[in-house]
Design a protein around this ligand. Structure first.
Ligand code: FES
Length: 180
């Protein structure tokens, strides 16, 4: 059953499904938790769905709910609470800039504006060439080393406005940072 959680999740035109390898991963996720705590597997299962389908649609929420045998409304609640889940299609690279207090004091706004100039889109948007989605997000827990930026899920800090042009060029060229 589909859920309504105050956010209108995108409905796809065609059905989606996990392949056998992903279904095995879901079983492994469930095996980590007691049988009466299946909801604990929602976050990794949503992450898997996002990797597979690019973003979390209503169909992805329903698929995860069916796969875990949990209520769709619970899955939707998790998906819409955490900013790491994309609720609409994103660019090839997702750049997230923490703009919470500590990072703000360390220059996050200037860093964000530099990314906006270099990527050609504002925070919350995807660039016209589909290369970048830029987001302003809340605290990553790296407050002493800000401004903290996550690029395709990998953290970098500190990222000053002066660093941004070179970083965007690296990302365009496919240079990967070590996982943070
Ligand atoms: S305020 Fe940016 S990581 Fe905490």
């Amino acid at each position: 059953m589909s859920a309504k959680v105050g956010v209108d999740l995108i409905k796809l035109d065609q059905p989606i499904a996990f392949d056998p390898a992903d279904q095995a991963k879901i079983r492994d996720m469930l095996a980590r938790y007691p049988a009466d705590q299946r909801e604990s597997a929602i976050m990794p299962a949503l992450w898997l769905a996002q990797e597979r389908f690019g973003f979390i649609s209503q169909d992805a929420v329903d698929l995860v709910a069916r796969s875990l045998d949990v209520d769709s409304s619970v899955v939707a609640g998790v998906a819409t609470f955490y900013t790491m889940y994309h609720l609409e299609p994103v660019g090839r690279h997702v750049i997230e800039v923490c703009t919470n207090v500590s990072c703000a004091l360390l220059g996050a706004q200037q860093t964000l504006e530099a990314f906006e100039r270099e990527c050609g889109c504002h925070a919350g948007e995807t660039s016209g060439d589909g290369e970048f989605t830029l987001k302003a997000v809340e605290c990553y827990g790296g407050c002493g080393w800000g401004p903290v930026v996550a690029i395709d899920g990998r953290y970098r800090e500190p990222v000053r406005a002066a660093d941004v042009s070179a970083i965007v060029q690296e990302v365009r060229m496919g240079v990967r940072e070590n996982p943070g």
